[in-house]
Design a protein around this ligand. Sequence first.
Ligand SMILES: *[C@@H]1O[C@H](CO)[C@@H](O)[C@H](O)[C@H]1NC(C)=O
Ligand SMILES: *[C@@H]1O[C@H](CO)[C@@H](O)[C@H](O)[C@H]1NC(C)=O
Ligand SMILES: *[C@@H]1O[C@H](CO)[C@@H](O)[C@H](O)[C@H]1NC(C)=O
Ligand SMILES: *[C@@H]1O[C@H](CO)[C@@H](O)[C@H](O)[C@H]1NC(C)=O
Length: 216
Amino acid sequence: MRVTVNSCESSSCKHIIHNSASCLLRLLLLAELFVHSWSRPTSSPYLCKHFASMITKVEELTKLSKKLHELSDNVLATFAGVENRLDGLPNIKQNAEYFNSLQVNVSLSELYGYTQSFKLHVDWLKTVKENHTLSTQSSSNASTYLLQLSNQLNASLQQISAEVPQSPTPSSLPVVSTAFDELQFSVEISTRLQVFCSWTKRVLKFLQKLSRCHRH
Ligand SMILES: *[C@@H]1O[C@H](CO)[C@@H](O)[C@H](O)[C@H]1NC(C)=O
Ligand SMILES: *[C@@H]1O[C@H](CO)[C@@H](O)[C@H](O)[C@H]1NC(C)=O
Ligand SMILES: *[C@@H]1O[C@H](CO)[C@@H](O)[C@H](O)[C@H]1NC(C)=O
Ligand SMILES: *[C@@H]1O[C@H](CO)[C@@H](O)[C@H](O)[C@H]1NC(C)=O
C-alpha cells in the first residue's frame, strides 16, 4: 500500500487508493467477524446456570464464614498477624496475572480442590466445637454450602469433560485441647475462608464473561 501511495500523484489515482483502502478495511472487518464467531466458544446455558448459582452460594458462604467465631472486631484485631497453623489449607495468592492465562477446565478443577480442602477443615472445626460443647450451627451450615459448591463444580467439570481431581487426603489435623486453641483455629479458618470466597467469586465472574453468559 505505502509503495503505491508514494508513487501516486493524480487525483484519480488517490480515488482508487481510497476505494481499495476502504475495501480492504471492509474485508478486514469481515475477516475479524468470521474469526470471532468461529473461534469463540458459544455460551453454554448449563454452565452459565451453574456459575450464577455458585456465585449466590459463595455470597452466602462469605456471610457464614464471618460467623465461625463470635468475636467483636476489636477482639478480632488482636488476632491479626497470628501465624497460620493449618498447613493443609490452600494458600490463595490473588493476582491479576492469573486471569491472562486462565483456562476454564484448570480453574474449575482448582476451585474444586480448594472447596474440598475447606470442607475437610470446616468439618474438623465442627468436631472441635462439639468437643468444647460450642454451637456447631455456623460450621455445619458452612459445610453444607461447601458440599453444594463442590457438587456443582463436579457437575461443571463433567459437563466440559474435564477430569475431576482426587479429593485431598485428610492431613493430620491438630488435636485441640484448650478453648483458646479452638478460638484461634476458628479465626484462622474464618479468615482464610473469606479469602477463598472473594477469590472464587472473582474467578466465577470471570468465567461467566469468558463463557459469554450474559449474551442472549
Ligand atoms: C485443559 O484443557 C486443555 C485443552 O483444552 C488441555 O490441554 C489441558 O490439559 C486441560 N487441563 C486440565 C487440568 O484438564
Ligand atoms: C443454619 O441453617 C439453618 C437452617 O437453614 C438456619 O435456621 C440457621 O439460622 C443457620 N445458622 C446460621 C448460623 O447461619
Ligand atoms: C461427580 O459427578 C459424577 C456424575 O454426576 C458422579 O458420578 C461422581 O460421583 C461425582 N463425584 C464426586 C466426587 O462427587
Ligand atoms: C474430640 O474429642 C475426642 C475424644 O476426647 C478426641 O478423640 C478427638 O480427637 C477430638 N477431636 C478433635 C478434632 O480435637
